[in-house]
Design a protein. Structure first.
Length: 186
């Protein structure tokens, strides 16, 4: 392969990469701005995506239960029942998007809170093994207090998490766009 052909291939590849970096950066920036302006709508939209996934999962489980001739009776009944539960959950979510969004958000934040509390407790439990005992204790305290704060105010925690994600997406989008415009130049 000649140097000229290789150079053309590199430039062609760089153009494609720049295009996709630009598209990804723009999508990230737009999504972050939308989340910043309409955080409630963004959470509802994410919940509806989850509800759609739940609906599809329910259909798949029901189809498995109905069409799996080699599965035992209880396996088939179980798959159909799980499928029906998923479909019902999806329908409830579609009929009550705002309420479902709050419930899902609070569940996620509560899970994070409990995880932080356990993580802090685990850090304290392994204190003897830590070469940096002060930092380990500090980490454990921050983790446990953060978890407790989230447990007592999950809606505020959800708002902070959505704000953090929005700002992160905006920053990542800007950086990605800069990368797209500067890749292969210079």
């Amino acid at each position: 392969m000649s140097d000229n052909t290789l150079s053309d291939a590199v430039q062609s590849t760089a153009k494609r990469v720049r295009l996709w970096l630009g598209i990804g950066g723009a999508l990230s920036l737009i999504t972050g701005i939308i989340m910043l302006i309409w955080p409630g709508s963004a959470v509802v939209a994410a919940t509806m995506v989850l509800a759609f996934y739940t609906l599809l999962t329910g259909i798949v489980y029901a189809v498995i239960g109905i069409t799996a001739p080699l599965a035992g009776v209880w396996s088939r009944i179980g798959h159909v029942l799980v499928g029906v539960l998923f479909v019902v959950a999806a329908i409830v979510a579609f009929l009550n998007p705002s309420t479902t969004s709050v419930i899902v958000g609070v569940m996620v934040v509560t899970f994070i809170a409990i995880a932080w509390i356990f993580e802090g407790a685990a850090a304290l439990a392994s204190l003897k093994l830590s070469p940096a005992k002060g930092w380990t204790v500090f980490y454990a305290i921050v983790s446990i207090l953060g978890g407790i704060a989230l447990l007592f105010s999950p809606l505020i925690g959800l708002q902070v998490i959505v704000l953090w994600i929005a700002i992160t997406l905006i920053v990542m989008g800007i950086v990605q766009l800069v990368r797209a415009f500067t890749l292969g130049r210079g």
